[in-house]
Design a protein around this ligand. Structure first.
Ligand SMILES: [Zn+2]
Length: 231
């Protein structure tokens, strides 16, 4: 059973970046919820937790502690950028990181950028490294994603629910690839369905306590061309 820890960037009294009628926390919560729903629907062999089910305030240290104590196999922190730029970027810790961490960043970065580009010409700002607390203090492979800029023209994508869903699902697929999760079996198409849905109506023409009477009637019916059966 692989353990996946999702950190919804910002919450409670900390809305994160705010611009264009959008709050970072609302967007990151939606993306993570789309991700967890998608994983639950399509994959098996894992459990997942989120840093906050509701809209609580949490410190950076608390989020890393939760993942460490739980023994998560992977940690993903979801954010929206600010500062007027454009595009997508991902981060790992800028100290010593394992090859697993780099592999996680590679697969997530590729999946997310590919999904985003289904909506428009999204700039790839690159796979970056930074001294972020949640990346530094977590013991498992950890990546932080900055999903476009809330305070630039990028906001038109962030206002599109289908875009947020696609970005969430891309996070989920990236994690599933990284952990090698197996896909749930798809329900098999049922070729018998049409036949089994059809009702058959049978007509009974007589009930006799003497078998001979039944045989006589059956004979008569057969002469007239009906398929008679004695039960
Ligand atoms: Zn943030």
């Amino acid at each position: 059973m692989k353990k996946i820890f999702w950190d919804k960037g910002h919450g409670g009294s900390d809305p994160g970046a705010v611009a264009n009628g959008l709050q970072e926390k609302q967007l990151t919560h939606k993306i993570v919820e789309y991700a967890t729903d998608y994983l639950a629907a399509h994959y098996e062999g894992f459990t997942q937790r989120v840093s906050r089910e509701g809209d609580q305030s949490l410190t950076l240290g608390q989020r890393a502690d939760m993942a460490n104590k739980w023994g998560a196999d992977v940690f993903v922190s979801v954010h929206i950028n600010a500062g007027g730029g454009t595009g997508f970027e991902s981060y790992v810790y800028n100290g010593g990181v394992s090859s697993q961490t780099v592999a996680l960043q590679n697969v997530l970065h590729g999946e997310i950028l590919f999904a985003m580009r289904g909506f428009g010409a999204i700039t790839d700002r690159g796979k970056k490294r930074a001294n972020y607390a949640v990346l530094r203090e977590t013991k498992m492979p950890a990546v932080l994603t900055e999903n476009l800029f809330i305070d630039s023209n990028d906001s038109k994508y962030l206002k599109n629910e289908a875009f947020l869903k696609a970005v969430g699902e891309a996070h989920a697929r990236g994690i599933a690839k990284f952990l090698g999760l197996s896909q749930k079996e798809k329900p098999q198409p049922q070729p018998q369905q049409q036949v089994s849905d059809k009702k058959l109506y049978r007509v009974q023409v007589g009930a006799f306590s003497d078998r001979r009477n039944a045989e006589n009637l059956a004979e008569e019916l057969k002469k007239k061309g009906y398929p008679a059966i004695i039960v």
